[in-house]
Unconditional design. Structure first.
Length: 268
């Protein structure tokens, strides 16, 4: 009989992330240059708006291996993930999400009577406009912010289009001796559908210009919920340039969908 952990891949990955991070949390704090702040690659949005006249571009790519099936194997690649951020006034930031290019590939196993079959679907996703506003904080180590966003259904089915959506996210970040914690609670509505998001991430400097992060998130909507867990590294290659790599998975309906991603952040 299989163990409970084998029946719960999300629990398994969360425990694995905590096990991998345990030696890091036990280390003393490292002095070094601060890592450039960004809203990628984890799902948690940072609470702080960019300073006036500061522009930041965040982009990347993600490869998903979709839920296992005895009939078909599926992968999904997303390229772009482009978020343009610009500081407008003290405490205010404008945000523009440009459509990403998605490519989904379905491959039938070789034992299919018709032989190996491959079907690829591709197209652009949706765009979005938003604003971030700093909120007053009750403590010097705590930062809070509010993000409002409207999604523009300019994409192609099945990756975009449909109804426009509007959402709001409350973000908070707490600086501590081991590292920085960030949490989000969000709500969005598209047509007659409601969606909610809750996420927590932890980031810690390892050595100069290098940091690690881990996150867990829960997304609910349309009568079902999804869970995400993952971890990654952030590398400050220059004072205004940062690279990231991440690995994790999304879990829903008893299946797991692992992902791998790379990204770049550039500030001017």
């Amino acid at each position: 009989m299989s163990s409970p952990l084998r029946r719960r891949p999300f629990t398994t990955l969360v425990l694995a992330v905590l096990w991998l991070c345990a030696p890091v949390l036990a280390l003393p704090a490292r002095a070094g240059e601060d890592i450039l702040e960004a809203d990628r690659p984890d799902l948690a949005e940072g609470p702080s708006a960019l300073a006036p006249r500061v522009v930041q571009v965040e982009l990347g790519m993600t490869h998903w291996r979709l839920g296992p099936s005895a009939i078909v194997q599926e992968t999904l690649d997303s390229v772009g993930e482009l978020l343009l951020r610009a500081g407008l006034a003290p405490g205010w930031e404008a945000r523009l999400v440009l459509p990403s290019w998605h490519s989904e590939t379905r491959i039938h196993p070789q034992y299919d009577p018709a032989g190996p079959q491959s079907l690829e679907t591709s197209g652009f996703g949706d765009a979005a406009l938003g604003v971030k506003r700093d909120l007053p904080s009750p403590h010097p180590r705590l930062e809070t912010g509010l993000i409002a966003e409207v999604t523009l259904p300019v994409g192609e089915a099945p990756f975009g289009g449909g109804d426009a959506s509007a959402g709001v996210t409350l973000a908070a970040a707490l600086a501590s001796a081991p590292g920085d914690w960030c949490g989000n609670v969000g709500y969005a509505r598209s047509g007659e559908t409601d969606a909610v998001l809750a996420t927590v991430s932890f980031e810690r400097a390892l050595v100069k210009r290098l940091a690690a992060f881990a996150e867990v998130a829960w997304l609910g909507g349309e009568g079902e919920s999804r869970r995400v867990a993952g971890a990654g590294l952030l590398w400050q290659v220059a004072s205004r340039t940062r690279l990231d790599v991440r690995y994790g998975g999304e879990f829903a309906r008893g299946t797991s969908e692992p992902l791998f991603g790379l990204g770049l952040v550039q500030r001017w």
